[in-house]
Write a protein that binds this ligand. Structure first.
Ligand code: GLC
Length: 514
C-alpha cells in the first residue's frame, strides 16, 4: 500500500447526506452551498473531514447511487462550481472532502447503458455485464431482460435499475463472461480512472467507494477485485498520491490489500457491529455482549497487519439511527467507544445530537426502511427546524414530527448535551496520539454480557487505558500497571487503585498508564 495521506492520522469524518443537510435556496432539498455554509459547524464539532453521499446527476431511484453523469453535480444540489467552491472553503478551514464513488453500476439512464443496449456493436457494448442470449440469465445476479433489441440479459448490481458495470470475471465459466484483462473490462477500469481524475484535479481529497468489493464477478476470495484496486492505487500513486480512499467492503484484510487506506465495518456481513448498537440487546444499552465483535475485530486487525484503518461509523444512510436502539446517556458511552478506537471515526450527520429514526415514513427515492434515518437535519427552533424555508409539505423528506426533537441550537446551549460530550471526546482524542487513527489497541476486557469493555491504546511509549461500562452494575478489572492522569471521565467514573479499576455503572474513563 502507498503512503497514507498524513491528515488521516488524526481524521474524524462527518458524513453528509446532501439532500437532507441544509437547503439554502428554499426548494425543500439540501444543496452543496448548504454544506459549505455549515462547514464551520462541522469543524466546531471537531470533525476534520467530510464524506458526501453521491451528489451527481441521477434519476434518484436509489438516492443518487444510480448515477447518470459522474462528472456533473445534480442540478438540484447546484453546479460543479459550487462543489469546487466547497473543496476550496474546506481547505481554507484545514478540512478535507471526500466524494462518493459508485463504480459497480450506473443508472439505467446513463448514456453508456443506452449505448450498450443497442444490438449493433459499439464502444459501450462491453461496458456492462451482458449474457450473449436473452434466454440466459447471469446466475447469482438479478437481470434486465427484454428491454432492447440486444440479444442478451444484463446483470444488475443492486436495484433492477442499476446495471452492473463490467470489470470482468475472475474465473469465467461461460463464453460471455469476459476475463479481467479483456478489452471491455479494461476500458471500464480506465473510464473509472477518468472519473477519479476529473474530481481529484478539481480539489476533491479522495473517495468513499460504494460496494468496493463487488466489482469483479466470480471472485469469491476477492482476488480479482483486489488486483483491480491495486491497479487503481498505482494510478493514484502516480497522479494523485494524496488521494484518500475508504471502501464499503467490510473485510479490511482484503480492501487494505487492495490499496485502500480505510475500510468500514458494516452493519451486514461478519463484523458483529450490530451487536454493539443495533440488535435486540445491544451492548451499549447495558444488556448485550460485545465479545463476538471484539474477536472479529482483533482478527481483522491482525490480518490487516495494522497497515490500514478500520473505520467504525456511528451510523450511515443505510442503517437505523443509533438513537433508535441506544437511549439516553448510553449514547455518550457509545461515542466514548467510537471516538477512542483505532482507525478514523465516522459520525453520521445528526447522530451527534441523537436524531431519531423517523417511524412510519413512506419510502423516498429508493430509501424504503432507510428513509427514517435520512430525515432533514435539525438545526434550530425555526420553521422546518432550520433546514429549509420551503413550505413543510414541500420538504423532500418530512422533519421528525416529535415536538421534543433534538436540535443543534438546544444542544450547543446545554453543557451536558450529547453534542458537547462528543466535542469533548474529539478534543481528548486530538490531544493524545495513542487515541488517534494509528495508536495500537490491545483488549483487556471484551465486554462479555454484564462486563465492561476495556482496552489499552498506545503510541510509542505512551499508553492509555480505556474502560466503558454501559451495564447496570459496577465492575472490577485487575490490571498489571498503575494509573496516571485521568484524561476523560463520564458518569460516576472509576475508582483507580494500584492494579485495580472499579468502574461504576453507566461510566467511561480514559486514564494514562504510568
Ligand atoms: C451502498 C450504499 C447504498 C446503496 C447501495 C447501492 O450500499 O451505501 O445506499 O443503495 O450501495 O449503490
Amino acid at each position: 500500500m502507498s503512503e497514507r495521506p498524513k491528515w488521516l492520522d488524526n481524521a474524524v469524518f462527518y458524513e453528509v447526506y446532501p439532500q437532507s443537510f441544509k437547503d439554502t435556496d428554499g426548494d425543500g432539498i439540501g444543496n452543496i452551498n448548504g454544506i459549505t455554509e455549515k462547514l464551520p459547524y462541522i469543524k466546531g464539532l471537531g470533525c476534520t473531514a467530510v464524506w458526501i453521499n453521491p451528489c451527481f446527476e441521477s434519476p434518484f431511484g436509489d438516492a443518487g447511487y444510480d448515477v447518470s453523469d459522474y462528472c456533473k453535480v445534480a442540478p438540484r444540489y447546484g453546479t460543479n462550481d459550487d462543489l469546487i467552491n466547497l473543496f476550496n472553503e474546506a481547505h481554507k478551514l484545514g478540512m478535507h472532502i471526500i466524494l462518493d464513488l459508485v463504480p459497480g453500476h450506473t443508472s439505467w439512464e446513463h448514456p453508456w447503458f443506452k449505448e450498450s443496449m443497442k444490438a449493433k456493436r459499439n464502444e459501450f457494448t462491453d461496458r456492462y455485464v451482458w449474457t450473449d442470449s436473452i434466454w440466459e440469465e447471469p446466475v447469482g445476479y438479478g437481470s434486465l431482460r427484454g428491454i432492447s433489441d440486444r440479444d442478451g440479459s444484463c446483470a444488475v448490481n443492486f436495484f433492477t435499475h442499476q446495471p452492473a458495470l463490467n470489470y470482468g470475471f475472475y474465473r469465467p465459466t461461460r463464453p460471455w463472461q469476459q476475463p479481467t484483462d479483456s478489452p471491455g473490462a479494461i476500458a471500464t477500469r480506465e473510464a473509472l480512472k477518468d472519473i477519479m481524475r476529473f474530481w481529484l484535479s478539481k480539489g476533491c481529497d479522495g473517495f468513499r467507494v460504494d460496494m468496493a468489493g463487488s466489482l469483479v464477478k466470480n471472485d469469491e476470495d476477492g482476488k480479482g477485485t483486489i488486483a483491480l484496486w491495486q491497479n487503481i492505487r498505482a494510478f493514484l500513486d502516480e497522479e494523485f498520491p494524496e488521494a484518500a480512499m475508504v471502501s464499503e467492503w467490510g473485510e479490511p484484510y482484503q480492501s487494505l490489500a487492495g490499496g485502500f487506506h480505510m475500510d468500514f465495518l458494516l452493519h451486514f456481513g461478519s463484523s458483529h457491529y450490530n451487536d454493539l448498537f443495533r440488535c435486540e440487546k445491544p451492548f451499549f444499552n447495558g444488556s448485550g455482549d460485545a465479545s463476538a465483535f471484539v474477536e472479529k475485530y482483533i482478527d481483522s486487525y491482525e490480518r490487516s497487519g495494522g497497515k490500514g484503518l478500520i473505520c467504525i461509523p456511528s451510523g450511515n444512510h443505510d442503517m437505523d439511527r443509533l438513537a433508535r436502539h441506544i437511549h439516553g446517556d448510553n449514547k455518550k458511552l457509545a461515542f466514548a467507544f467510537l471516538l477512542s478506537m483505532p482507525g478514523a471515526p465516522y459520525i453520521y450527520y445528526g447522530d451527534e445530537i441523537g436524531m431519531n429514526y423517523v417511524e412510519g415514513l413512506t419510502s423516498v427515492e429508493g430509501g424504503y426502511g432507510r428513509t427514517g434515518s435520512r430525515s432533514p437535519m435539525q438545526w434550530d427552533s425555526s420553521a422546518n427546524a432550520g433546514f429549509s424555508t420551503a413550505a413543510a409539505d414541500k420538504l423532500y423528506i418530512p422533519i421528525d414530527p416529535d415536538s421534543d426533537r433534538p436540535t443543534v441550537q438546544k444542544q450547543l446551549a446545554d453543557e451536558n448535551s450529547l453534542l458537547n460530550e462528543i466535542n469533548k471526546l474529539i478534543l481528548v482524542r486530538q490531544a493524545n496520539r495513542p487515541l488517534q487513527s494509528l495508536g495500537k489497541i490491545e483488549f483487556v476486557c471484551k465486554g462479555e454480557a454484564g462486563k465492561p469493555l476495556a482496552y489499552i491504546r498506545s503510541f510509542e511509549s505512551e499508553r492509555i487505558f480505556i474502560v466503558i461500562n454501559p451495564g447496570v452494575n459496577s465492575a472490577e478489572i485487575e490490571v498489571n500497571f498503575s494509573f496516571g492522569e485521568v484524561i476523560y471521565s463520564f458518569g460516576k467514573g472509576a475508582a483507580l487503585c494500584e492494579n485495580k479499576c472499579t468502574v461504576s455503572a453507566g461510566s467511561a474513563v480514559f486514564v494514562k498508564i504510568k
